[in-house]
Design a protein around this ligand. Structure first.
Ligand code: SAM
Length: 336
């Protein structure tokens, strides 16, 4: 175990290595070890486990993870300036800490856990954990990337139902856990909850970070579900859910329409007829089970009309078609 009394504190590290925070990398540091320990506690029992920390920065959470006597801790950091101070920590803990300099968005995490013990998907989670005080600028694309990997059981999820404990802007965290009718209900609520048990563990006030961001931060814990609530490929779910929430305040008949060309009205009708969902419902009124029905019928339509999945209502051709369709409609009304 590392004796931190013999090590410089995180504040000393920042001063010694002149680590001025960079806004473009969303660098807001946690120097209070009580808070970094509290985040790590949310991950559950990680003793003897294999952990990957995203964005260790000066190493506050890194130290709290190492205190838990893990078997191996891998860290992925984009900013080269942090590598020397992390190296000091690695030397102090017998190289249990492995440092990777790179961008987590295109980092292949699967290779980090080859020595860990896998678990069958429907058994308990493996002792593998992903933890991180995420940079805000990449937190949403990153969680979408991880959810896709959970759905496909690839990367860290090749070894079983690997848990994650990650921070997000408080509002984003609230969207992730929002239930039906909640005003924060969004695309992220469905994408997270259909694949994971998603818990908002606690909120850290912005004032706890250095420098202080304009926002508070939520710590979210994810445990992949044994069976996803929507049994369709990730890309289908992502597309349908994304489109339904496209017009948040409007009835879903408007947003579901954007999945199909205007000259195929029978497809829109089929979506509502076969799902038995009222087209005048608003997106936040739909349950995950109802989203599942929409995805199911949409997948079926895509099987019958393979070009539909690639239909993009925002493409130049589609926008021209929409304009032409509206013009024709206006003309035919004038002649009625
Ligand atoms: N874990 C530290 C803490 O809690 O004090 C730092 C957290 S800070 C919010 C985010 C960290 O992620 C920074 O160290 C930043 O350099 C790093 N980072 C930003 N973008 C990254 C990326 N694409 N890949 C890996 N690390 C990244």
């Amino acid at each position: 175990m590392v004796d931190y009394l013999l090590m410089p504190t995180i504040s000393d590290i920042i001063r010694l290595f002149k680590l001025r925070s960079q806004k473009k990398l969303s660098q807001n540091f946690l120097l209070d070890m009580n808070l970094t320990r509290k985040i790590v506690k949310c991950a559950g029992n990680i003793e003897g486990g294999y952990v990957c920390e995203v964005g260790p920065g000066p190493g506050g959470i890194t130290r709290a993870i190492l205190e838990k006597d893990v078997k191996q801790l891998n860290v992925i950091e984009k900013d080269q300036r942090f590598i020397p101070s992390l190296q000091i920590l690695s030397d102090a803990c017998d190289h249990k800490l492995k440092i990777y300099h790179g961008d987590v968005l295109d980092f292949d995490m699967e290779k980090l856990f080859t020595e860990a013990e896998s678990q069958e998907w429907d058994k308990k989670s493996p002792n593998i954990h992903i933890i991180g005080n995420l940079p805000f600028n990449i937190s949403t694309p990153l969680i979408i990337k991880y959810l896709e990997a959970i759905s496909n059981r690839t990367g860290p999820w090749k070894y079983g139902r690997t848990k994650m404990t990650l921070t997000f802007q408080k509002e984003v965290a609230e969207r992730m856990v929002a239930t039906i009718l909640n005003k924060r209900r969004s695309r992220l609520s469905i994408m997270c909850q259909h694949l994971c048990e998603t818990h908002l563990k606690f909120v850290i006030p912005g004032t706890a970070f250095v420098p202080v961001p304009m926002i508070d931060v939520g710590v979210v814990h994810f445990v992949p579900l044994r069976t996803p609530m929507i049994s369709q490929p990730f890309k289908i779910v992502e597309k349908v859910v994304g489109h339904v929430f496209h017009y948040r305040q409007k009835m879903i008949k408007h947003s579901v329409q954007t999945l199909f060309p205007l000259d195929m009205p029978e497809l829109l009708e089929k979506m509502f007829a076969e799902t038995c969902i009222d087209p005048e419902t608003r997106p936040i009124q739909l349950s995950i089970e109802e989203f599942g029905r929409l995805c199911h019928v949409y997948a079926h339509i895509c099987e019958q009309h393979p070009h539909i999945f690639d239909y993009d209502y925002r493409s130049k051709e589609s926008l021209n078609e929409i304009k032409q369709f509206r013009l024709n409609r206006r003309l035919s009304r004038m002649h009625e």
